[in-house]
Design a protein around this ligand. Structure first.
Ligand SMILES: NC(=O)c1ccc[n+]([C@@H]2O[C@H](COP(=O)([O-])OP(=O)(O)OC[C@H]3O[C@@H](n4cnc5c(N)ncnc54)[C@H](OP(=O)(O)O)[C@@H]3O)[C@@H](O)[C@H]2O)c1
Length: 389
């Protein structure tokens, strides 16, 4: 259907708002919200609260009860058509007597897809593609992982206006404002894993936990993943504390890691991953990300020092989205690290490019959201998903 009405757009926006409540709760499922509308009035709403819980459509239909007969249903993702932990939404929609279904994105998951067709065959009027881009953007972690089995990778970094991520003495806490750091915790709360390099773990002793402000309690913590080729990190660091919740994964290299230390870390209840080295002798970040995907991780937040940033953005580009905070201060010093380390490009033409998606502020800091050219989520990925409809 072309030329959506103002009301139809408004109802899908409501469904998207409801879906966003699932941030940090629903993985490995997508965030979904649903609205039941009779005439011009919203008679029921629902959202997916987590794996094993009713899907958004089922929750909204249950709330609507008899009012669902002859009503319209708005949902950001094509209704599922399979028996998983819950029954097919298509059956619930047909049983409830819904007249028309409006959805945003097709479901690329071959196990659950085919919902639109099944509904049409049962005589329900179905319209896909309403606010398609917003619906695609909302569930990029889910879409990328389902289609490629590789997690969606986000980088978050804070620098001074002159691009420094620490002082020449190694101090980096805190360059950015509380508002920017709160946003960092919001992202941590929504991803499956947070990844850092060995030096950051050793110098900052971070918890790598999500501590979102003003929100419900976290029901789970992201995996903590640390690149430590020679397993040199002290097991007294917070990342090894079992009280932290959520698993810690230490990535090492067979050539560099002592077997005794490997066994010690495993005996503490953590996972040791043995990764290959690149031709420059560092751990292959691409392999690490792909291995996390094989283990079911749909999204990874990298909080890189300059060395890791070079690895993930330039040497083996794996980043889909970057959040860069620039604090209005100058740190200076030729020895103070910049945002990206390594040898750097010898020619400008070789510098990987990125598209700025958004410019905003978090407190006093400039917040730049950008997508590297190789990142998932561009027009081609959007069109590929739409072609599944
Ligand atoms: N401003 C910010 O947003 C921000 C964010 C994070 C960190 N930091 C600061 O950055 C500093 C640490 O940065 P850094 O560049 O020294 O270290 P880093 O990126 O935290 O860690 C680098 C180390 O990780 C190991 N490693 C293994 N494979 C790697 C790979 N593929 N890519 C990168 N590293 C790999 C190597 O250990 P081996 O040496 O054992 O081989 C390497 O020396 C700290 O001062 C921290 O506070 C700032």
């Amino acid at each position: 259907m072309n030329g959506w009405t103002k009301d139809q757009i408004g109802h899908m926006k409501t469904a998207l708002r409801l879906a966003r409540r699932g941030w940090g709760l629903v993985s490995p499922n997508p965030m979904v919200g649903a609205v039941v509308v009779k005439g011009k009035k919203i008679v029921a709403t629902g959202w997916h609260t987590g794996p094993g819980q009713p899907h958004a459509e089922a929750a909204a239909l249950q709330e609507a009860g008899r009012k669902a007969k002859g009503a319209d249903l708005y949902v950001n993702l094509e209704p599922c058509n399979h028996y998983g932990r819950t029954g097919p939404c298509t059956e619930a929609i047909i049983r409830a007597g819904i007249d028309r279904v409006f959805y945003g994105s097709p479901d690329p998951n071959t196990v659950a897809s085919g919902g639109a067709k099944a509904l049409e065959e049962a005589g329900v009027e179905v319209h896909g593609g309403l606010l398609a881009e917003e619906c695609f953007e909302l569930n990029q972690f889910f879409f990328k992982w389902v289609i490629t089995k590789v997690p969606f990778v986000i980088v978050k970094t804070a620098a001074s206006l002159d691009g420094k991520t620490a002082t020449s003495t190694g101090q980096s806490q805190w360059i950015s404002s509380k508002a920017a750091r709160n946003f960092g915790h919001h992202i941590r709360a929504g991803v499956d894993a947070v990844l850092v390099g060995r030096n950051t773990a050793a110098k900052d002793d971070p918890e790598l936990s999500a501590r979102p402000w003003g929100r419900r309690k976290m029901h789970r913590q992201p995996w903590r993943v640390v690149l430590d080729p020679g397993l040199k990190l002290s097991t007294k660091l917070k990342i090894f504390d079992p009280a932290m919740g959520g698993p810690t994964v230490i990535v090492c290299a067979k050539e560099k890691a002592p077997e005794k230390k490997m066994k010690q870390i495993v005996s503490m209840g953590h996972q040791v991953l043995v990764a290959p080295l690149t031709h420059t002798g560092i751990l292959s970040i691409r392999w690490v990300v792909e291995e996390l995907g094989r283990q079911g991780v749909q999204s990874v937040l990298i909080e890189p020092g300059a060395t890791l940033a070079d690895s993930a953005l330039i040497e083996e580009p794996v980043v889909d989205l970057a959040h860069i905070f620039l604090a209005p201060k100058f740190i200076g010093g030729v020895k103070a690290p910049g945002m990206v380390g390594g040898l750097g490009q010898s020619e400008l033409a070789l510098a990987p490019e990125a598209e700025i998606l958004k410019l905003g502020r978090k407190g006093p800091d400039l917040h730049i959201t950008l997508r590297p050219a190789c990142g998932f989520g561009g027009q081609a990925d959007f069109e590929a998903l739409c072609s599944l409809a």
